[in-house]
Design a protein around this ligand. Structure first.
Ligand code: NAD
Ligand code: UD1
Length: 306
């Protein structure tokens, strides 16, 4: 049994991780400010510290007695980072530095959420971890900054770190009502409400969708990994799906006719994003990804729960 701190543990990905940690017999302590996370996402067995990850005293107190830290707390939206640059920077980079600083006294291993946003509009397909990083958003810049600080934590202070570059994560508990939510939860929510699905642009842009259970498996494997150096790995499926194809697949699962409308393209929208899962599969021993249709069925069932 180990004791883990999960920052952002009341959020979408974090709450699935907390469930898995508890199911494996570990103890989980959550540091969250409930800005987008919810208390009802947390199993009763999780210990909760309500506070700000970017406050060094709070994060240092939360780290006390822990065997490892999963750092997921962030303002996880490109759009919000554009609206409030200094505020999101304080949390998205400042929070990571506070976590790494709190970890360094006892060299507590840290696995943290980076993002495919670090690649920006790099045209490589698929994107390997060796591809150049050119973030196009403040959000992506702070994730890249988090990776650089983690390399310092490992190289200079001996803190084991692994950064995971999540691609487009989806699954139950992603809030369909939030304007900042991912396209799958938005589409599922609109299908259920009988509303048309809005394609931003022609719908031929593609994404690499990865189901949340695969992300949790990668987080757990990364905590067990001891490569010795600061590492970053993609967490992706390695499959490209166009937004149009996504809409059709989801509508078929729902048994509803897809009603599509074309809206204006999103400014700065990346045309294609596809990750290579090879390095993470080899290093972390991950199995094949959960098929998109299976994950979509889980989202649809979750939305229709009583
Ligand atoms: P989420 O918004 O559901 O989770 C983030 C959690 O962090 C929430 O519970 C929120 O309340 C908490 N939080 C925010 N600011 C905080 C602060 N100052 N102090 C303490 N807690 C704070 O989002 P998510 O999708 O679960 O994202 C988890 C992580 O994965 C984030 O770091 C995000 O940037 C990253 N990520 C997500 C995706 C995706 O597709 N969902 C893709 C790439 C990276
Ligand atoms: C997502 C993540 C971001 C992460 C990045 C990694 C979310 C909300 N954002 O950004 O945190 O860093 O991946 O690459 O998960 N779309 C529509 N109609 C809609 C909603 C979206 O056509 O109603 C389109 C968008 O224009 C975009 C695609 O669907 O082309 C995916 O959008 P979205 O789910 O918001 O995620 P990303 O912008 O890829």
């Amino acid at each position: 049994m180990s004791r883990y701190l999960v920052t952002g543990g009341a959020g979408f990905i974090g709450s699935h991780l907390v469930e898995s940690l508890l199911a494996e017999g570990h103890a989980a302590r959550v540091l969250d400010d409930f800005s987008t996370g919810r208390r009802e996402n947390l199993p009763p067995a999780a210990e909760l510290i309500l506070g700000d990850v970017a406050d060094p005293a709070t994060t240092s107190a939360a780290m006390a007695g822990m065997d490892g830290c999963f750092h997921l707390a962030a303002i996880a939206s490109v759009a919000r980072a554009a609206e409030d640059w200094p505020g999101t920077h304080r949390v998205n980079l400042g929070g990571t530095v506070a976590v790494l600083d709190a970890a360094r006294a006892r060299r507590v291993p840290v696995v943290f959420a980076s993002s495919a946003a670090v690649y920006g509009d790099c045209a490589d397909r698929p994107l390997t971890e060796a591809a150049p990083t050119h973030p196009l958003s403040a959000y992506g810049a702070d994730k890249l900054g988090s990776e650089l600080h983690a390399a310092v934590a490992t190289g200079v202070f001996g803190v084991p770190t692994v950064g995971l570059r999540f691609f487009n994560v989806f699954g139950p508990r992603q809030d369909p009502a939030s304007p900042y939510s991912g396209v799958i939860s938005v589409f599922a929510g609109r299908l259920r409400a009988g509303a048309p699905l809005v394609l931003h642009g022609d719908g031929e842009q593609t994404r690499d969708f990865v189901f949340v259970a695969d992300v949790v498996a990668a987080l757990l494997a990364a905590m067990a990994w001891r490569g010795g150096t600061a590492a970053v790995f993609n967490v992706c499926s390695g499959r490209a799906t166009s937004i149009r194809e996504l809409a059709a697949t989801l509508a078929a699962i729902a048994g509803l006719p897809p009603r599509l409308t074309e809206g204006s393209p999103r400014p700065g929208d990346i045309r294609h994003s596809l990750g290579s899962p090879e390095a993470s599969r080899a290093a972390l021993g991950l199995g094949p990804p959960i098929p998109l249709a299976e994950g979509l069925a889980a989202v649809w069932a979750w939305l229709g729960r009583p």
